[in-house]
Design a protein around this ligand. Sequence first.
Ligand code: G3P
Length: 225
Amino acid sequence: MKFFLDTANLEQIRKAASWDVLDGVTTNPTLVAKEGREHRDLIEEIGRIVSGPISVETTSLDADGMVAEAGQFVDWAPNVVVKVPMTPEGLRAVATLKARGVRTNVTLVFTPMQALLAAKAGAYFVSPFAGRLDDIGHVGMDVVREAVEILRSYDYETQVLAASLRGPLHVLEAARVGVDIVTMPFATMEMMFKHPLTDQGIERFLADWRRLQDALKAKRTTNRS
Ligand code: G3P
């Protein structure tokens, strides 16, 4: 199972990369807009930090526009995966890009049928959005699970990338349904490392260790005198 970071923030990407658990990055226009920098500069910089796939999203609505944007993105970093929306035009772009050897990520997927269509078109990744479905009262993870089941039962090579995850419990559920990849905000990845009993345990072990060292030191001093 691969862990991607859903951000365009360089500081967060650098930090997660230093933990050696980062397999890739996903970006979208909203995440890029938050950074207030030129798209190209940002992706080139991310490409210098991360060797795994970096999803870069198109903003055209027609297939030709998406393909033209993809042509630029792939020059920015060798590991770019072109993100296109789950529309008929998006899937036309997927087919064209696949024929040119460019990997794609079909985004804004909210039903298992959309995931199946993306796989049929030849998407490299398909991104069902769990959190945004939860936000409107659906069980987002059901769509992720059904997408995994359907794609596996037909042996599609398309990898299911669980997106729009809101916290460690989403990551856990995605792991239990057997997704290939999860993409998560930095705060979620950071939270996954944490447990109060881990912190307390370290504190207690160190306190006991210090007590032993002090006792041994005192014993040595007594023996010497
Ligand atoms: O990048 C796609 C997806 O993960 C967006 O998540 O939190 O905006 O629903 P969110």
